[in-house]
Design a protein around this ligand. Structure first.
Ligand SMILES: Cc1cc2nc3c(=O)[nH]c(=O)nc-3n(C[C@H](O)[C@H](O)[C@H](O)COP(=O)(O)OP(=O)(O)OC[C@H]3O[C@@H](n4cnc5c(N)ncnc54)[C@H](O)[C@@H]3O)c2cc1C
Length: 314
């Protein structure tokens, strides 16, 4: 452990982070849904916007680089792990705050570390629609906002009205609203702006709680039927290319089931790469390169990874 990491670890605990939420040498494979990745020098779990700001300021004081993550459900961490601080925004006991409401909709302010599943359950309890389609995405609100996560015809862009963030460079606050949110297919202005998303304001239309619950159940069943949820993955490996579907192209190249080491193009859904057990990041990267090469050869299309790749080679 370097002196800066040791000093940062002590400073975080002096500022009130419980020792259980400040972990040196944290294996990233335990923090990602892919179950892959070398160690982070230091992991800190933050459960509120204040804690996020405090951790970020401390990292700046000791000149330690920061990587922010949510639930690690869209990540491939390389086998050498991540140098510096990994700041994980994670579930808090805090419920979303009701900012205002009228007969048609309710405005909520939510911590970026809340899971989309918990947020959907909260919205459903209040009889609010707009989240049901997103309820099965296994990430946090912050990670979802960055990626403009979406499913079954809905995207976070449909309900997010503003985003509060901290600039990574100097920890100063900033707000994104309206066109400045820059949402597009699996992209946002925040992803390009070197910021850490701390909170988002959502506007959710009123609906019928029973119907919303039924829709969530129906979509959860559809996911179980189509997706390889029994094996670790990071969701769709590639973005949807213009005018086509990555999974279909991969399938038509005969790549379903293809393996490199422990990584495999899912037998169940060719758009997913799964970890069959013991896959390294190098295995996944080699398999992704093979898939991209074959699809480019056959269709003249360059697939763009949807998975975010972080960290150092072993
Ligand atoms: C089985 C499975 C199914 C999936 N289905 C879908 C789906 O239907 N639709 C879909 O869109 N995605 C899907 N995904 C992918 C993934 O769940 C989403 O992209 C999700 O939004 C990622 O959120 P996260 O909290 O896990 O982010 P992470 O994976 O932790 O991080 C993703 C990126 O966002 C950045 N980031 C995270 N939090 C913040 C923050 N607060 N501020 C700034 N940057 C941040 C990270 O640095 C990283 O670059 C699926 C994944 C799996 C494993």
């Amino acid at each position: 452990m370097t002196d800066a990491i040791r000093a940062l670890s002590c400073a975080l605990q002096q500022q009130g982070f419980p020792p259980a939420r400040v972990t040196p040498n944290a294996p990233m494979r335990t923090l990602t849904t892919f179950h892959i990745g070398g160690p982070a020098d230091l992991l800190c779990d933050a459960v509120s916007p204040d804690e996020v700001r405090c951790a970020l300021l401390s990292a700046h004081r000791f000149s330690v680089p920061v990587t922010v993550i949510g639930n690690g459900s869209n990540l491939l961490v390389r086998d050498g792990g991540i140098r510096g601080l990994v700041l994980r925004l994670t579930a808090s006991a805090q419920s979303p705050l009701v900012l205002s409401e009228d007969s048609r909709s309710v405005w909520l302010r939510c911590y970026a570390g809340i899971s989309l599943a918990a947020l959907s359950a909260f919205a459903c309890q209040l009889g609010l629609s707009g989240m049901a389609e997103l309820s099965g995405i296994p990430g946090t609100l912050g990670g979802g906002v960055i990626m403009n996560a979406g499913a079954y015809g809905a995207e976070l862009s449909g309900i997010v009205r503003s985003v509060r963030a901290l600039r990574m460079t100097d920890v100063s606050p900033c707000v994104f609203e309206g066109d400045a949110l820059g949402f597009g297919y699996r992209r946002s202005a925040m992803a390009c702006a070197d910021v850490l998303v701390t909170e988002a304001d959502l506007c959710l239309p009123r609906g019928d709680a029973e119907q919303i619950r039924a829709r969530m159940r129906e979509l959860a069943a559809a996911r179980r039927e189509k997706q390889p949820l029994d094996l670790p993955s990071a969701g769709s490996a590639f973005k949807r290319p213009a005018g086509g579907f990555a999974a279909r192209m991969i399938d038509e190249c005969g790549l379903r089931g293809t393996c490199v080491g422990g990584a495999q193009v899912s037998e169940k859904h060719a758009g997913f790469i799964v970890n069959r057990g013991g896959a390294s990041a190098a295995d996944v990267l080699r398999l992704m390169a093979l898939v991209r090469g074959r699809v480019a050869e056959r269709f003249g299309v360059t697939l763009e990874p949807e998975i975010r790749i972080l960290g150092e080679d072993a």
